[in-house]
Ligand binder design. Structure first.
Ligand code: UGA
Length: 443
C-alpha cells in the first residue's frame, strides 16, 4: 500500500519513517524544498533520538518530495502540518486547509485523508465538507513526546481513530490494517467519532499541563508551610488514581504543544460560551511560575540581578533541540531584562546551535548582548555569581561539582527542576553552596 504524508516536521517525519519501517511505501511531501533536500541526503533536519538511524535503515521505502503530484496514487494520506496559535490563542488552520487544497485535485473518491495535526473540534467535519465525495476524512491524533518520539511511535499507549457517521466499513478496516502492528501488540484502540477524537487530544495535553500547574502552585504553598513538594508528589503519586507522572514541580511547562493546545482549548470553550475555568488557571499558573522563581533568585541577591549567571539547559525539555516556548529562554530574557549576563549551556548540540542562531537574529536587541552560548559546561559556570538549572537533565547529578565549586565566583545554586539528588544537595550545602529548589526543603 502506498501511503502519503504531508508535512515533514516532528510528527510527519516520524510518521513517515515509522510507517516505512513497518513495511509501507511512503511518499513524504513538504512545501519546504530546502527541508526536502536535506532529507534526501539522509539527514533529519531535527534532532530526535534514533531517527537518523531509522531513516537510513528504511531509506529505500521513502520518497521525499516537494512536488505534491508525487502523492498521486496514495491510498491513505496523513496530514501532519502545523497548527500554530494565532494572536488570540486560537488554532490557525491555514496550513491544514492549504495542504488539503493542494491535495484535492489528486483525489479520486477512493482515498482516505487522515488528520494527524492537532485540530479544534469540528475541523474533520469541515475538511470532509471541503473534499466532498473525493475522499474519506479520518481523525487520528498523535501523542508523541519530543525526545522519545521514535520510541513512542512504536510503543503507543493508545491509538485514537475518529470516523464520520456515514463512512463505509472499509474505511475503518483499512485504517486498522495500517495499524495492524499495534493491534497485534494489543495496544488499546479508541474508535469513535470525529469530535471525540479531536477532543481527546486537547483534553490529554491540557490535563497533563494542569497536573504540572497544580503541583507548581502547591510548591509555592509547600515552601511557605515547610512541606517538601517532592515528598508531597511522591505521596500523591502512589495513589494509582493520581499516578506519579507529570507531578514534577519546576519553572513550568513549554514546548510546541502544551502552550498552544491549552490556549486553543480555552478558545473552544469560549466559542461555546462555557467558562474555561481549569484550562485558564492552568495557563495563568504557568505564566506566573517563572516570575515566582525569578523572585526567589532576586531575593537572594537583595533585589540586584546585575551579576553573571550560568543557565543549565536551554531547550523546552531534555534531549531535544526544540526551543519553542522554552521556559529556560524565558527566564534568560527576564534575567537580562533586570541587568544580568547569562551564559547558557545545553547537552544537545542542536539546542546550543539554535540558541546561537536566535542570538544572531536578535543581534540588535538588548537580549543578544546579555546571552552567550557556551559549548562546554565548564565555560558556562566559570566566574558566575549563580548557577541556574532550567532543564531537567538527570545528567547534572553526574557532573563534577567539586570542579564547578572551584570555577564559580559565588556558590549559589537555583535548581528550577528539582533534579539534583538529596545526597548531592547535602554535599553541596556542606561545601558552602546556597541551594534553592522549587518548593523543597533540603534535608
Ligand atoms: C506533549 C505530550 O506529552 C505528548 O503526549 C503530545 O503528543 C505532545 O505534547 C504533542 O501534542 O505533540 P511534549 O511537548 O514533547 O509532549 O513534551 P512533554 O514531555 O509533555 O513536556 C512538556 C513540558 O512540561 C516540558 O517543558 C517539561 O519540562 C514540562 N514538565 C513535564 C514539567 O514541568 N513537569 C513534569 O512533571 C513533566
Amino acid at each position: 500500500m502506498k501511503i502519503g504524508v504531508i508535512g515533514t516536521g516532528y510528527v510527519g517525519l516520524i510518521q513517515a519513517v515509522g510507517l516505512a519501517h513497518l513495511g509501507f511505501k511512503v511518499v513524504a511531501y513538504d512545501i519546504d524544498s530546502s527541508k526536502i533536500e536535506i532529507l534526501k541526503k539522509g539527514t533529519p533536519p531535527i534532532y530526535e533520538k534514533g531517527l537518523k538511524e531509522l531513516l537510513h535503515q528504511n531509506r529505500e521505502r521513502i520518497i521525499f518530495t516537494s512536488s505534491v503530484e508525487d502523492l498521486k496514487g496514495s491510498e491513505v494520506v496523513f496530514v501532519c502540518v502545523g497548527t500554530p496559535q494565532d494572536a488570540k490563542g486560537k488554532a490557525n488552520l491555514n496550513f491544514v486547509f492549504s495542504a488539503i487544497e493542494s491535495l484535492k485535485p489528486l483525489l479520486t473518491g477512493k482515498e482516505i485523508v487522515v488528520l494527524k495535526s492537532t485540530v479544534p473540534v469540528g475541523t474533520n467535519r469541515k475538511v470532509q465538507k471541503f473534499v466532498g465525495n473525493k475522499a474519506f476524512v479520518v481523525s487520528n491524533p498523535e501523542f508523541l513526546r519530543e525526545g522519545i518520539a521514535v520510541d513512542d511511535f512504536f510503543n503507543p499507549e493508545r491509538v485514537v481513530l475518529g470516523f464520520g457517521e456515514n463512512h463505509p466499513k472499509w474505511v475503518m478496516e483499512k485504517m486498522l490494517k495500517i495499524y495492524e502492528y499495534f493491534l497485534k501488540k494489543e495496544v488499546p484502540f479508541v474508535v469513535t467519532n470525529w469530535e471525540s477524537a479531536e477532543l481527546i487530544k486537547y483534553a490529554s495535553n491540557t490535563f497533563l499541563a494542569m497536573k504540572i500547574s497544580f503541583i507548581n502552585e502547591l510548591a509555592r504553598l509547600s515552601e511557605k508551610v515547610g512541606a517538601d513538594i517532592k515528598d508531597v508528589a511522591k505521596g500523591m503519586g502512589l495513589d494509582s488514581r493520581i499516578g506519579n507522572k507529570f507531578l514534577n514541580a519546576g519553572i513550568g511547562w513549554g514546548g510546541s504543544c502544551f502552550p498552544k493546545d491549552v490556549s486553543a482549548l480555552i478558545w473552544q470553550f469560549k466559542e461555546w460560551e462555557i467558562e474555561p475555568k481549569l484550562p485558564k488557571a492552568t495557563k495563568e499558573i504557568n505564566e506566573e511560575q517563572i516570575l515566582w522563581f525569578l523572585n526567589k533568585i532576586r531575593k537572594h541577591y537583595g533585589g540586584n540581578l546585575s551579576g553573571t549567571f550560568a543557565l543549565l539547559g536551554l531547550a523546552f525539555k531534555p534531549y531535544t533541540d526544540d526551543l519553542r516556548e522554552s521556559p529556560s529562554l524565558k527566564l534568560a530574557e527576564m534575567l537580562i531584562e533586570e541587568g544580568a549576563f547569562v551564559k547558557g549551556y545545553d547537552y544537545i548540540e542542536g539546542a546550543r546551535k539554535n540558541v546561537k542562531k536566535l542570538v544572531e537574529v536578535k543581534t540588535s536587541t538588548r537580549y543578544s548582548y546579555g546571552l552567550i552560548v557556551c559549548d562546554e559546561l565548564k565555560t558556562a559556570v566559570e566566574g558566575v555569581d549563580g548557577v541556574i538549572i532550567a532543564v531537567e537533565y538527570k545528567e547534572w547529578n553526574r557532573e563534577n561539582w567539586k570542579e564547578i565549586s572551584k570555577l564559580v565566583r559565588n556558590k549559589a545554586l537555583f535548581d528550577g527542576r528539582n533534579i539534583l539528588k538529596e545526597e548531592l544537595i547535602r554535599e553541596l550545602i556542606k561545601d558552602g553552596w546556597h541551594y534553592e529548589g522549587v518548593g523543597v526543603k533540603p534535608k
